[in-house]
Design a binder for this molecule. Sequence first.
Ligand code: HPA
Length: 291
Amino acid sequence: MTTATQSDPLDEFSRAEAAAEFIRSKTALRPEIALVLGSGLGDFADGMADAVRIPYGEIPHFPRSTAIGHAGRLVVGRIAATPMAVMQGRVHLYEGHSIKDVAFPMRVFGRLGIRAVILTNAAGGLSSDLHPGSLVLIRDHLNLQGASPVSGPNDERFGLRFFDMTTAYDPEFRRIAQEEAKRLGLWLGSGVYAALPGPSYETPAEIQYLKKIGVDLVGMSTVPEVIVARHMGIRVLAISCVTNLAAGLSQQAINHLEVLEIGARVQKELVALLTAVIPRMAATLALERKA
Ligand code: HPA
């Protein structure tokens, strides 16, 4: 099944393959783990070894990010000796991209041979123990963006039409992250993330509703990428950086620059955690390959 249109003669699979081929031509590294750095968290990629930096605009068919705080380039290099493909910035539904385009980089990762992805984001916290600066593992999500990146004809080369989401947030990777956080003396929470369309932050009434339906974290990203990653069998670890209490839960209005500032402040902890977690994820994948 293909989904080519007259305006874009290539189907999604061929576009993903072309983008992956371009990335392969730029580096000899063949990463199996990808990392997406959210708002205010992008600096991590600056310290990578053997790095090749590719602006999204150069990668065939790749969507371009316009959000402030998102550099918009792919860095392929090593973190803790592990080859990694790192997105410094992502695109969002609110920028006017289709939800398929938002998740397209995951399609490219699938074609690149990526087997696990770490997604990070900035999020509002809905409970009082999630103060600004907290790192929280996402254990489940609610897709409240009103669309799915896998709607429309299914291309079996990517994955099955219907696929399971009960363990979308990989239990083994979550266990590893909790163990490493404990070892490093970092507080790491666990919560349910709701993705909303944005770009307006939520109203206090919306936050009260989200609290009632079991939401701990609210943001405008990640869920489309998780759905597409799972469609392709890519294992997922997702970490939110709480940058503010959600609307109406504090006296303060929510401000994007503060979101970026808190993200920047917590980066050091996130870097320490990821640097410890990544080699263990790589070891898990190596064992899985042998099995
Ligand atoms: N709501 C939605 N997205 C966000 C928030 C928020 O409060 N903070 C950071 N990203």
